[in-house]
Design a protein around this ligand. Structure first.
Ligand SMILES: [Zn+2]
Length: 221
C-alpha cells in the first residue's frame, strides 16, 4: 500500500474485519517481555524526534508508555483479561427490555492510535438468562481497550452479549468523539460519531423507537 492509500484508509476509518486482526503468535511473549521491547522501540521514536532522553522528566517516558500500552490502553487484546460474565436464570420471568446507558467508552482508534471517548447504550430482552448489570460495563470496557474502529467495537459488544445471554434480542449504540478527527486532519472539535447494531426483536422499528425514547427521557433527568 502506498502512503496516500495509507492516509486515505485511516481518514475513512475503514476496518477490514469484525474480529480484531491478531497474529498467531500474539501472546507468545509475556507482558513483561512486551513492556521491555516496546520500551526500547519507543525510546528510539523519542530519540528520532530529537528529544534528549537523559532529561529527568523524559527518561522514564519509554517505560511509562510501554506499561500503559500493555497493561492499560490495550489490555483488552488479551483474551485472558476478558471479564468473567456469569449469568443467572431469569427467575422473575422479566420479558421487557433492560437498558444500561451512559457506559463510558475509553478506546483508541486503530488507524492513528489516538483516543476514542464517548458513551455506549446497551439493551436486551432476557430469555432464560440475565447478567449482573456491571458485567455489561465490564464487557464494554474490555472491548474498548484495544486498537479499535467504532463500528467493530459496536459489533463485538453485540455479538458477545448475544452469545452470553443466549438471545439475539440485543441492541448496542455507541456515541463517540475521535481525537484523530478533532486534533488532527479536519480538526473538527464538535462532531461525534454514532454507530448502532442490533438483532432479533430489535429489528422491529417500534421496539427501537421505545429504546430511543427511553434514552432520551433518561437524558433529560
Ligand atoms: Zn483515527
Amino acid at each position: 500500500m502506498d502512503k496516500s492509500q495509507i492516509e486515505l484508509l485511516g481518514d475513512n476509518h475503514i476496518a477490514t474485519s469484525v474480529k480484531t486482526p491478531m497474529r498467531a503468535d500474539a501472546f507468545d511473549r509475556s507482558d513483561d517481555e512486551k513492556i521491555e521491547n516496546i520500551q526500547s522501540h519507543f525510546y528510539k521514536i523519542m530519540e528520532e524526534l530529537g528529544l534528549d532522553l537523559t532529561d529527568e522528566s523524559l527518561s522514564g517516558t519509554p517505560y511509562r508508555f510501554a506499561k500503559m500500552y500493555v497493561k492499560e490502553l490495550f489490555y483488552g487484546l488479551n483474551p485472558n483479561n476478558k471479564p468473567k460474565i456469569s449469568t443467572f436464570p431469569n427467575t422473575y420471568g422479566y420479558q421487557r427490555m433492560l437498558v444500561e446507558q451512559d457506559i463510558t467508552i475509553d478506546s483508541s482508534c486503530e488507524h492513528h492510535f489516538l483516543p476514542i471517548v464517548g458513551k455506549a447504550h446497551v439493551a436486551y430482552i432476557p430469555k432464560d438468562k440475565v447478567v449482573g448489570l456491571s458485567k455489561i460495563n465490564r464487557l464494554v470496557d474490555y472491548y474498548s481497550h484495544r486498537p479499535q474502529v467504532q463500528e467493530r467495537l459496536c459489533l463485538q459488544i453485540l455479538t458477545d452479549l448475544q452469545e452470553t445471554l443466549e438471545t439475539e434480542d440485543v441492541i448496542v449504540m455507541v456515541h463517540a468523539k475521535h481525537l484523530c478527527v478533532s486534533s488532527r486532519g479536519i480538526k473538527d472539535k464538535e462532531s461525534f460519531t454514532t454507530t448502532l447494531e442490533y438483532g432479533g426483536k430489535f429489528k422491529d422499528d417500534k421496539l427501537r423507537q421505545e429504546f430511543y425514547g427511553l434514552l432520551e427521557n433518561n437524558f433529560k433527568e
